[in-house]
Design a protein around this ligand. Structure first.
Ligand code: PMP
Length: 406
């Protein structure tokens, strides 16, 4: 299995990192590498415009404003939604906070939160209202039955917050039945698609969810920009938690008039350069083809699982072996402390040039419950080939022989 995209498109894989000529990058679920066209697009903002948006009437400001709105159109195209329903956020976490803090919720309201959610899809809700965790894990049928029971176990929940793909196990949730059940009790469905948007086609309207959030930096784009999509009615029902320049049409000494959505939810100067890069990233993904990316993921994930099984290594989501997974695998060694896991990740990095993540992956309740300690996550993407996976496991073999991975 070869990388789907040329490694030469990604500077760190093309000799860009001093002293690491043949780097293995397996931390894509945290942040993906950035291809040259995206880097060029970010640079072009500073070289050809570098102005603020939607404020000035001069040519450079017009150019930047147009490019910024072009990014909104590119996202709308990617999701097959209306551009006026795309809020450009800073990242997934920001989008989730806009929702949790903007919805008219009371501290007594119930919100169901999936057990495999990232902290960003838990904490904003936990702070605002009564949250109850719902399993989406190892036994899909039992999880779904428990979810249905939770929906009617008290006052109807106001929202259900789901992870489309777990950043820990890489396993996708079959969202449709979960949405249908939420509809029966009138709950909103909010989908964290941070790990899906990079890996396969995303169709929020087709899925029937009310809102979707994700980040550009996990899908070949720059840091500093993300997406919140929701229908117009829902966006209009949100109380903006930030207010200032860009959010209002008119201000006098006594008050102000909000701008229309999505602008009223985008306070202050955004990361304009990132919008240039995000448009280029979406073009790159389109050229590569989301279907091919999904197939490639499947191969990478299959190889990772095979290599882990060959060695009898424990990994999260093992029991759910028939489920589709993104190219993400979290290994663990029962009883290994956080400090030893960090040493292992450091040794992989510094002695073998293999970059992967260790710890609780911002999903501490889930990781603690199932691994009883930290994990080591390998996560690939379009630039990952079989060599990367086999090199990572060969390095682990050597570290195991040295007593460091056991
Ligand atoms: N949700 C999931 C599923 C994630 O994987 C991540 C990033 N690890 C986030 C939310 C948070 O993303 P960001 O840091 O870009 O806000």
């Amino acid at each position: 299995m070869k990388p789907l995209c040329p490694r030469t498109d990604f500077p760190p894989l093309d000799g860009g990192v001093p002293h690491v000529p043949d780097l293995v990058y397996l931390d894509s679920a945290a942040t993906s590498l950035t291809p040259r066209p995206v880097i060029d697009a970010v640079r072009s903002y500073y070289e050809t415009s570098s102005a603020n948006i939607h404020r000035g009437k001069h040519m450079l400001s017009d150019l930047a404003s147009e490019a910024y709105e072009e990014c909104r159109f590119a996202v709308a195209d990617f999701l097959r939604v209306r551009h006026s329903e795309v809020v450009l956020t800073r990242n997934t976490t920001h989008g989730l906070n806009i929702l949790a803090n903007g919805l008219p919720l009371t501290p007594e309201d119930r919100v169901l939160v999936a057990a495999d959610n990232h902290h960003s899809a838990l904490l904003p809700w936990q702070r605002r209202c009564v949250t109850e965790r719902i399993g989406t894990g190892d036994d899909p049928q039992a999880s779904y039955a428990a979810y249905r029971a939770a929906l009617t176990a008290g006052p109807p929940p106001r929202a259900v917050v789901l992870s489309h793909c777990s950043n820990v196990t890489g396993i996708y949730l079959d969202v449709a039945p979960w949405v249908a059940a939420a509809r029966e009790v009138g709950a909103l469905v909010i989908l964290d698609a941070a790990q899906t948007a990079p890996h396969r086609e995303l169709d929020p309207v087709g899925l029937g969810v009310d809102a979707v959030v994700f980040s550009a930096h996990k899908m070949l784009g720059p840091t500093g920009i993300g997406v919140l999509w929701a229908g117009t009615e829902l966006l209009e029902s949100l109380t903006p938690t930030e207010i200032g320049g860009g959010t209002v049409d008119w201000v006098d000494d006594d008050g102000f008039r909000w701008r229309a959505v999505p602008h009223r939810l985008e306070a202050g100067t955004p990361d304009v350069a990132a919008a240039y890069g995000f448009t280029a990233a979406l073009q790159y993904l389109r050229r590569t083809g989301m279907r091919r990316i999904r197939e490639h993921d499947h191969e990478v994930a299959g190889l990772m699982v095979d290599e882990a099984r060959k060695r009898d290594l424990s990994f999260l989501g093992d029991r759910n072996s028939s489920a589709e997974r993104a190219a993400t695998l979290s290994l663990f060694w029962p009883g290994m402390s956080g400090a030893r896991m960090d040493v292992l990740a450091r040794a992989l990095s510094d002695s073998y040039g293999v970059m992967c993540r260790s710890g609780y992956l911002c999903s501490q309740p889930l990781v603690t419950r199932h691994a009883e300690g930290p994990v080591l996550r390998l996560s690939g993407y379009v630039y990952t080939g079989a060599d990367d996976v086999t090199r990572a496991f060969a390095a682990l073999d050597e570290l195991a022989a040295a007593g460091m991975a056991s």
